[in-house]
Design a protein around this ligand. Structure first.
Ligand code: GRF
Length: 201
């Protein structure tokens, strides 16, 4: 049952861990790929007995060539669903086409507010009282595709970037497994930018 899942991560991999710890999602994860050899996410995968691959961007002359190698690897392993979890590279249009509607990302803000790599810092300095996290389908623009789910997180008066990001990550760790579970169970339908989730049977 369900799709075979790959997780792409560049860093700590706390979201990867939340996915691994989910009863439905964890067993479906067949591969973890990182662009950084020292990513802790690769260690988490190995500890869970899952294939962990470092794909070095310097090994290819272009982003497109690197992403072609990535698509080849994912297809070779029979991957049907790709979860970005702190993956710090922008995927090329070729990758997005190869896994259209089947690549998800988690972003630490309520999109379309604060896209990009400094989402938490920017929300804090803008002075918003509520921010949060978004799980969305990846399209060819950064932090832009159809929104699958969001969870709001309050900004407290004494927050700094680290404390706010930590609170947002707690929400991410709840939300991301939930959404991936729905995808695996085939309960998510895209209608343009709108996403319809069917009830659990
Ligand atoms: C998360 O906060 C996610 O929203 C962002 O990168 C961070 C990755 O954290 N895209 P981790 O590696 O999952 O701990």
């Amino acid at each position: 049952m369900g799709a075979r899942v790959a997780v792409l991560a560049s860093g700590t991999g706390s979201n990867l861990q939340a996915l691994l710890d989910d009863d439905v999602v964890g067993p479906a994860i067949g591969l973890v790929v990182s662009d950084r050899a020292e990513a802790k996410a690769l260690d988490r995968a190995r500890s869970a007995g899952i294939e962990a691959v470092h794909l070095d961007p310097k090994a290819h002359e272009s982003r497109e060539a690197h992403d072609r190698a990535l698509v080849d690897l994912l297809q070779d392993r029979g991957i049907e669903l790709v979860c970005l979890a702190g993956y710090m590279r922008i995927l090329s249009p070729g990758f997005v086409r190869a896994f259209w509607g089947k690549t998800l990302n988690v972003h630490p803000a309520l999109l379309p507010a604060f896209p990009g790599v400094h989402a938490v810092r920017e929300a804090l300095s803008w002075g918003v009282k509520l921010t949060g996290c978004t799980v969305h389908v990846v399209d060819e623009e950064v932090d832009h595709g159809p929104i699958l789910a969001q969870e709001a997180v309050p900004v407290l008066d004494d927050d700094d970037e680290a404390s706010l990001h930590a609170r947002i990550q707690e929400a991410e760790h709840r939300l991301y497994p939930l959404v991936v579970r729905r995808m695996i169970e085939g309960r998510v339908r895209l209608d343009g930018r709108r996403v319809i989730v069917e009830e659990e049977r």
